[in-house]
Design a protein around this ligand. Structure first.
Ligand code: ASP
Length: 289
């Protein structure tokens, strides 16, 4: 699991605890013999419900004060489904899974994604929390100060990425990844980031799976998760992730990555000072920030 990268304020340990809890829930699925896909979706759903993360409930607000959610799932067998700029749904990752399993499309966005979600039976849900609303009002007031163009002022204010993601490998050696986010605070309405784009924020092939967090536009340019997974042809997950993160560092892209390879190797690294993570294998639980 990752719970976002950047300068993490987690004084009460809620984010680390949330990531540990979600990783444990995913692990329990694997131990019960369920698929890697089931494990990553279960884990991401839990963090979509946790307001300490920027996904589902607690997602950040765009410039218009609304939430627009991005999410994706990917399997090693080539399955991929995603939603972008989706409003008013509790679990975007489940809608992404439905796009993969119930349509022959890869990505649905905006109104069409919402109509699809409603047709699939997802009821209206307001993900906005009081804390996010207060932060929106404060940040918007700060953004209005100064003379730089909007996007330059916005860039100066970005230091925390709270996207959530999970990767897993199951007993059969099948891998999967899932990622969910509210995107970037004060983004323009309609902006879709790296998370729901195959090979950018979320990716899987038979050899491995990866999920990213950080500067979405930079991650999109680099195709960061595809880069990491394709490096697994020659290297285990940890080395592959470090190689991809080194490319991000050279390109000055703030990014965090987690990955698994089909042999059960785990990898995580970031260019940022911190990344919330938790992982579980036969050696037990490891977590940190
Ligand atoms: N990568 C996400 C985005 O740009 C943000 C994040 O990682 O928190 O939409």
């Amino acid at each position: 699991m990752h719970g976002g990268a950047g300068h993490v304020e987690d004084t009460d340990g809620e984010q680390q605890h949330g990531a540990e809890h979600a990783a444990s829930a995913g692990w329990a699925k694997l131990v019960a013999g369920e698929s890697a896909l089931e494990a990553v979706v279960t884990a991401v759903c839990l963090l979509e419900d946790d307001p300490h993360f920027n996904a589902g409930r607690g997602a950040v607000l765009n410039l218009a004060g609304a939430t627009e959610l991005d999410a994706a799932v990917a399997t090693g067998e080539g399955g991929f489904g995603a939603v972008g700029a989706l409003q008013a749904v509790q679990h975007p990752v489940l809608v992404a899974r439905d796009v993969m399993e119930q349509t022959d499309h890869l990505l649905l966005v905006g109104e069409g994604a919402l109509a699809f979600a409603r047709a699939r039976g997802y009821p209206p849900f307001n993900p906005v929390t009081v804390e996010r609303l207060q932060r929106y009002e404060r940040d918007r007031a700060l953004l209005e100060q100064g003379t730089l163009p909007y996007w330059q002022r916005l860039n100066q204010r970005r230091s925390r990425y709270g996207t959530v993601g999970a990767v897993a490998v199951d007993r059969a050696g099948a891998v999967a990844a899932a990622t969910s986010t509210g995107g970037i605070s004060l983004k323009l309405p309609g902006r879709v980031g790296d998370t729901p784009v195959m090979g950018a924020g979320t990716y899987a092939e038979l050899i491995g799976a990866a999920s990213a967090t950080g500067d979405g536009e930079g991650i999109l340019r680099l195709g960061l998760t595809r880069l990491a997974v394709q490096t697994m042809v020659q290297h285990p997950a940890q080395q592959a992730v470090e190689a991809a993160i080194e490319v991000a560092r050279q390109k000055k892209v703030a990014a965090g990555l987690i990955a698994v390879d089909a042999q059960g190797g785990l990898g995580f690294a970031c260019t940022t000072p911190q990344m919330v993570y938790a992982c579980l294998d036969e050696k037990g639980l490891r977590s940190g920030i």
